[in-house]
Design a binder for this molecule. Structure first.
Ligand SMILES: Nc1ncnc2c1ncn2[C@@H]1O[C@H](COP(=O)(O)OP(=O)(O)OP(=O)(O)O)[C@@H](O)[C@H]1O
Ligand SMILES: [Mg+2]
Length: 377
């Protein structure tokens, strides 16, 4: 199967963090962005992440993404993908490009995709595929379960067309059931939502199980290429209820009294999680911070590979502050891995990466200073 590449050809920012106005045409392969502390390197990557996920990896939009004293930020991304020049890229395929724009004021947002207004953030974000590794990414291994649910569902949102509808159906039913649990309710009323939750939830869980099974196969092959210091033996899925023993409908019924006491639904796919098992380590708590990062990066790149296989396109790969995250040997492994796949990659660093000329000699160099980005090619 031929694998295409998602490639950002233009990024335009307005009133985004420290950038008043910025227009950037990155290169197709490896882009290295250098700059001193606090010049805006992370913010550049954050803007791409925002467009691809509808959120930042550094908190909510209203917590500082909009430039001080400005009303709203604007991000505009233009990229090419497999449909470029063909029929699959939607309306703008004649130009060979896709376009997404977002204006966000912290509370309200508007979005446009390929010239059309979009009303759901999920639809806007599903268009552009970006995989991000940043200083907080170790949370994928050592943080709370919401990171891992988000990770797992990202893969499914993008590649399983029915998943988003199922996920929305489940979330809606969960909200209704939780609202009902907070008021005086009858068994008959709860039966309605339990039925809805269990139909959507069982289907959702089958998708998740299948996805993680496939991801595990990839991960076991990929992780040793990045590092020999973390031996991953397996990736285990926890569906959110005792699925081996009972169907979701029974689990909901069984937890009904407790749910009434607690005022919310305590069991089900909204509590799903997954975990890694390591050779010669008692568990994730025993990992060093660097090892947790390598494990997280292995998961993220496995996800990118899976996306490429299923969707026929390599996502854009964003690596913030790589040198402060990994030692030189591991940086080199990551770079050569990405180089072989020709993925469009963005790396930020305060200094030049010492091994880059040896490992990945073809790269574009940019430098940020005073709210401006200059090419140093
Ligand atoms: N809403 C905002 N308005 C104006 N400036 C902001 C806003 N939010 C952040 N900044 C500033 O933007 C700058 C860029 O921050 P960013 O985290 O992108 O820098 P960086 O180059 O990644 O730094 P480091 O090397 O320390 O990681 C910082 O100086 C920060 O104070
Ligand atoms: Mg930074």
């Amino acid at each position: 199967m031929e694998i295409f590449l998602v490639q950002i050809v233009r990024l335009t920012l307005q009133d985004f963090r420290c950038f008043k106005n910025l227009e950037w045409s990155p290169a197709s392969g490896l882009n290295l962005v250098t700059g001193e502390n606090g010049t805006g390197k992370t913010s550049l990557l954050e803007a791409m992440h925002l467009m691809a996920y509808g959120r930042s990896f550094r908190g909510r939009v209203r917590d500082g993404l909009v430039r001080q004293d400005a009303e709203a930020l604007e991000v505009f991304v233009e990229w090419s993908e497999k449909g470029a020049g063909g029929s699959e890229a939607g309306e703008s395929s004649a130009a060979g490009l896709r376009r997404a724009g977002m204006r966000h004021g912290g509370q309200n947002w508007t979005g446009r995709l390929d010239g059309r207004t979009v009303s759901q953030m999920g639809d806007l974000c599903a268009a552009l595929a970006v995989v991000t590794f940043e200083p907080g990414s170790h949370s994928l291994i050592s943080g709370g379960s919401e990171y891992r649910r988000r990770f797992m569902d990202w893969g499914l949102f993008h590649v399983e067309q029915t998943f988003l509808a199922l996920w929305r159906r489940y979330s809606r039913a969960l909200k209704q059931r939780n609202a009902l649990l907070k008021t005086k309710n009858t068994d008959m009323q709860l039966d309605v939502w339990d039925r809805e939750l269990s139909e959507a939830g069982e289907a959702l869980t089958r998708h998740r199980q299948r996805y993680l099974d496939q991801l595990q196969e990839r991960l076991l092959l990929l992780a040793p290429q990045l590092s020999s210091s973390v031996e991953i033996l397996s990736l285990e899925f926890s569906p959110g209820w005792r699925r081996q023993e009972m169907v979701l409908g029974d689990a909901l019924l069984l937890s009904r009294d407790r749910d009434r006491q607690m005022g919310h639904t305590t069991t089900g796919p909204h509590r799903a999680d997954w975990s890694l098992h390591f050779g010669s380590l008692p568990g994730r708590e025993a990992l060093s911070r660097g090892q947790a990062k390598l494990a997280a990066l292995s998961c993220l790149l496995s996800q990118a590979e899976d996306y490429a296989q299923r969707f026929g396109e390599w996502p854009v790969v964003v690596l913030d502050d790589l040198a402060s995250e990994l030692d030189t040997r591991h940086q080199a492994h990551v770079l050569s891995y990405l180089q072989q796949r020709q993925a469009q990659t963005f790396i930020t660093a305060t200094e030049m990466l010492s091994m880059i000329d040896e490992v990945a000699p073809k790269y574009a160099l940019f430098h940020v200073e005073h709210g401006q980005l200059r090419s140093k090619a």
